[in-house]
Design a protein around this ligand. Structure first.
Ligand code: DON
Length: 484
């Protein structure tokens, strides 16, 4: 079944695809000749499930999105103290290729080229002559690390690598400037070579989303179960992505999008919602800062329309299903006839209850609704008990109600137990919010009609309603049954 999440992603892409401004990078022929209309979007959630839309399987070069990964690798190798002595963590407020160092002549952060070339240099041995075979083997380890994050072996684009190496006057200038300051311990040419190679690895948006989910997950790749970097390193990487990832627009980005992110001139953007999910977007037309125009717009929409800003604070957004069970433990209602009661005794397993807990946002609702969807053949009635939920954000509300609508359409039934009226409160609180799931939801659910049937104040009411539904299904109104 295509899920509602796929529908939301498609809707957002439909909105953003109207913008064809910007231009593909043309400083090397390999980037200049890509299809400017290519557009892919992937989202990898906490358990490794990947939603993929558009050109999510098209490969492009990772470019600057490699910077957080090499930084993570260097941190893993040398530890934060040694790395901090060589690379700062302050936003530079300047363009990515600015020749920018602090008072101690450290590159200001690892997300600008100076910091990234320094990071690459720190992977190499501290000698002035580095054998080509040594660069090869260090690059092999780097690919191993990146591939561990992506959960798939990543390959080098030889043509892009060759062109990057031939045209990189600015990067060469940066490397030699750092060398002239006496802060590069290795051969600057080898550091540059490693940097060009890392930028030339090919990825898809699916890969970026899994890399993002690995970082979001404290370094544990949710698809392979492998711990690729420590929790401390992942935390560091997220910090510098937050403050320095979007270069000169970092402040605006954190405020309006609130997702640690990194862009590359290949057209990719990696964005992370810490603790929850990773996002990969690809669209090669770039703005004057070298960021994908549609990629930026897509991230803005994902953040506002799906409530993904990292400071959209909630008590719980991941482990949302507290318990699930059938209604075997509940007595059959007393008001039915003996024939009805005996039928109901045999069909207790056709009603499943899903108890949710915490505060319900996109990630929690996604996990819960996917579970209900996976179980869809196991019940006729699904009762979603939200009595332990404190807050339902508008996205989660529409996701729950839309799933309920889907069940109704299939001849099943979805019910909600909402004693404190948190669904209603969510509508009141967010009355003027523009929420994509609301827009994509079936007409009947837009803005949530408070008279919507099957939203009950107590579990007892829901059970009676569920029993009435089973009886109607079994006997129908023509067989003497005149229940709900
Ligand atoms: O260093 C360079 O020039 C490129 N190979 C990578 C730059 C890049 O992706 C900047 N990001 N927006």
């Amino acid at each position: 079944m295509t899920t509602h999440v796929d529908g939301y992603l498609r809707h957002i892409m439909g909105v953003c695809s109207a913008d064809s401004s910007g231009a593909v990078a043309d400083y090397i022929p390999e980037l200049a000749c890509v299809d400017p209309d290519g557009y892919g979007l992937s989202m990898c959630v906490h358990d490794g499930n990947v939603y993929s839309q558009g050109d999510s399987g098209v490969t492009f070069t990772i470019q600057s999105i490699s910077k957080p990964l090499t930084y993570a690798l260097v941190l893993s190798r040398l530890g934060p103290a040694q790395v901090d002595a060589r690379i700062g963590v302050e936003p530079s407020g300047e363009a990515f290729n600015e020749i920018s160092v602090d008072a101690e002549r450290r590159p200001r952060n690892p997300m600008i080229n100076a910091g990234a070339i320094m990071a690459a240099s720190l992977l190499l041995p501290p000698v002035r002559e580095v054998a080509a075979s040594t660069v090869d083997s260090v690059f092999g380890e780097l690919v191993e690390f990146y591939s561990g994050c992506a959960g798939r072996y990543l390959e080098l684009d030889e043509d892009v690598y060759r062109s990057e190496a031939q045209t990189g006057a600015r990067n060469r200038a940066i490397a030699y400037m750092l060398d002239s300051f006496g802060v590069v311990d290795t051969d600057p040419e080898s550091a540059l070579d490693l940097y060009y190679r890392q930028c030339s690895l090919r990825v898809t948006t699916d890969d970026l989303s899994v890399i993002g989910a690995t970082i979001a997950n404290g370094g544990l790749n949710p698809r392979t179960g492998r711990q690729i970097m420590t929790q401390e390193v992942a935390q560091r990487v997220l910090s510098v992505m937050t403050t320095c990832g979007m270069y000169d627009g970092a402040g605006d980005w954190v405020t309006s999008v609130g997702l640690p992110a990194k862009s590359g001139v290949g057209g990719g953007i990696l964005a992370v919602l810490p603790g929850q999910l990773g996002i990969g977007v690809y669209s090669p037309r770039l703005d004057r800062h070298g960021n994908s125009v549609r990629g930026i717009d897509t991230c803005r929409h994902l953040s506002t329309d799906l409530g993904l800003h990292m400071f959209n604070l909630t008590r719980e957004s991941r482990v949302t299903i507290r318990a699930t069970y059938d209604i075997g433990e509940f007595e059959v209602g007393e008001d039915w006839t003996e024939r009805e009661r005996s039928y109901l005794r045999t069909s207790r397993d056709r009603v499943r209850v899903y108890e949710l807990q915490g505060d319900l946002t996109f990630s929690g609702a996604e996990a819960a609704m996917r579970r209900l969807e996976d179980d869809i053949d196991r019940y006729d009635v699904a009762i979603v008990d939200i009595s332990r939920i404190g807050i339902v954000d508008p996205v989660a509300r529409t996701m729950v109600l839309t799933f309920k609508h889907t069940l109704d359409d299939r001849g099943q039934r979805g019910m909600v137990v909402d004693p404190d009226g948190v669904m209603r409160a969510s509508v009141d609180r967010h009355r003027n919010d523009r929420v994509i799931p609301d827009i994509v939801a079936p007409e009947a659910l837009r803005g949530f009609d408070p008279t919507l049937p099957h939203v009950h104040a107590t579990m007892a009411e829901a059970l009676t309603d569920a029993e009435a539904f089973l009886l109607k299904q079994r006997y129908g109104p023509d067989d003497g049954f005149d229940g709900v």
